[in-house]
Design a protein around this ligand. Structure first.
Ligand SMILES: [Zn+2]
Length: 486
């Protein structure tokens, strides 16, 4: 009855069985003790607040975890340290309390969390923004579900939902258009089920959208997130005869508005859930789908996890933004993506670096041969990343630090689920200083020597000096032409 979800979690779209086995359709487990896979969900509210929840998955269904305060703190600490990997860590022998049939609760022993880290067995991580994960490339199939719940349904119909997410009726900025733009066609989101695990045409209410009826409420007191998710998935699987996890890479659940709630995405999972009109904003759609792909948030200089408005993981478009969203990701996330050209500063072997960078919106598939993102290796897990926030084209609705050099810091070498933090944004002539860099006793100073937006692509000339490392080179640096130094 159960299936190994790991076999279905990849998105390589290798041919899979077309025949629908009715036993594939998930059902609630009846065992009293079980092992489950822990997922992190990241919610955004109407005031740019961030909330993390932990859910457990058994046989494709999600369950809330009944965590006391210290367990919750422990989960968050393990999330930060990377010990808890969403979609990978296994919680052993949780007790299932199914006294309430809608909201099965799991009671874990935090001390018994066991971990698997699939990356450890995989290929070694490579520097310089190389394509270290296939998550961000190729074709991903996206299904949306309009939910008719016991109490309400989204006021938009299936056709409107299809248009707002997939642009099927002229919507200009949507999940597909902006993802294609930011990735320069390297990540192609496609509306509808994977053709290897198809859903029959008659089950679609509009392109890429199916409609299901559930008999529980989403706004009342009994509004457990997992119970709603499970009800929706069960209804969709009953309707289509298809296992949802096999049918698509991303499943977007569209609900009616709920006070204060906008949306949430499951980290390294395939689900995202939207309330009211938030689903129609491309910037919210992409934000949640990229939680599925493992992205953390982009925090700002005020210490809030959501206030780096130079990129979609610190989302500036959470209100009235159906037709906004020409913005991509910040430097740390772009390093993680590997979509552009990159450079890498190893401060242990070089005390002076200088070079030109261009904005992602003028990257133009690498023909300029200039980096979009530069990583400054610190030797530890927290590294620095910077890019030129060129305010044109696909990045023209960026909400902060237009045409400035933007520096962010990110944990886990900028490669895994972690927030990034905005450290500085520099206009021409400004510097950012990291004191006592690598405990050398010397400061590392990043300077935006020159910013030129009169040329195409626009150029930011950067110098990075450890101590007086660039003093000797400085004069010649300023005199040289735009492309020849590195
Ligand atoms: Zn988020």
């Amino acid at each position: 009855m159960s299936y190994d979800y790991r076999l279905n979690k990849d998105s390589d779209h290798s041919p899979k069985q077309n025949v629908v086995d009715p036993m594939d359709v998930v059902t609630k487990p009846s065992r009293i003790e079980n092992d489950c896979i822990v997922y992190i969900t990241s919610s955004m509210d109407a005031n740019e607040g961030v909330e993390y929840n932990f859910i457990c998955e058994i046989d494709g269904l999600s369950y809330s975890l009944n965590l006391d305060e210290s367990q919750n703190a422990s989960f968050k600490e393990k999330m930060s340290s990377g010990e808890l990997v969403s979609g990978s860590s296994i919680l052993k022998n949780v007790i299932i309390d199914s006294s309430d049939s809608d909201s099965v609760i799991l009671s874990p022993e935090v001390s018994s969390i066991e971990f698997e880290n699939p990356e450890a067995a995989g290929e070694p991580m490579v520097e310089k923004g190389e394509k270290w994960t296939k998550n961000f490339y190729g074709t991903h199939y996206v299904l949306a579900i309009r939910v008719i719940a016991a109490d309400n349904a989204n006021t938009d119909n299936a056709e409107q939902i299809s248009d707002n997410i997939f642009g099927t009726d002229g919507d200009q900025i949507n999940l597909i258009s902006q993802t294609t733009a930011c990735s320069y066609g390297q990540l192609n989101l496609v509306a509808g089920a994977n053709p290897n695990n198809p859903i029959s045409e008659e089950h679609y209410a509009a392109p890429g959208v199916i409609e299901v009826v559930i008999d529980i409420e989403v706004t009342g007191k009994r509004n457990d997130q997992s119970a709603v998710q499970n009800a929706v998935i069960e209804a969709a699987e009953t309707l289509t005869g298809q296992n949802m996890k096999r049918a698509c890479d991303h499943l977007m659940i569209i609900l009616e508005g709920k006070r204060g709630k906008l949306a949430y995405g499951i980290v390294n999972g395939y689900l995202s859930v939207y309330y009211g009109d938030a689903y129609s904003f491309a910037a919210v759609q992409i934000h949640e789908v990229f939680h599925n792909l493992g992205f953390g948030h982009s925090g700002g200089m005020n210490g809030k996890e959501y206030s780096d408005h130079t990129g979609l993981m610190g989302n500036p478009f959470t209100k009235n933004a159906d037709e906004m969203g020409k913005i991509c990701f910040n430097a740390a996330k772009n390093w993680q993506l590997g979509w552009y050209d990159y450079d890498y500063v190893d401060s242990s072997t070089s005390s002076c670096w200088s070079g030109n960078i261009i904005g992602l919106s003028e990257w133009d598939n690498g023909i300029h041969n200039l980096p979009v993102v530069v990583k400054i290796e610190t030797g530890g897990k927290n590294d620095y990343f910077f890019q030129f926030n060129r305010d044109t084209g696909i990045n023209s609705e960026n909400k902060l630090a237009d045409n400035e050099v933007v520096i962010v810091e990110a944990d886990k070498d900028g490669k895994k689920f972690a927030p990034s933090w905005l450290k500085a944004h520099l206009i021409e002539g400004e510097s950012y200083t990291i004191p006592d860099f690598r405990a050398t006793g010397n400061d590392l100073v990043v300077t935006a020597e020159r910013i030129d937006t009169s040329v195409q692509p626009g150029i930011a000339s950067i110098s990075i000096s450890l101590g007086d490392g660039c003093a000797a080179a400085q004069d010649s640096f300023l005199l040289r032409g735009s492309n020849e130094y590195h």
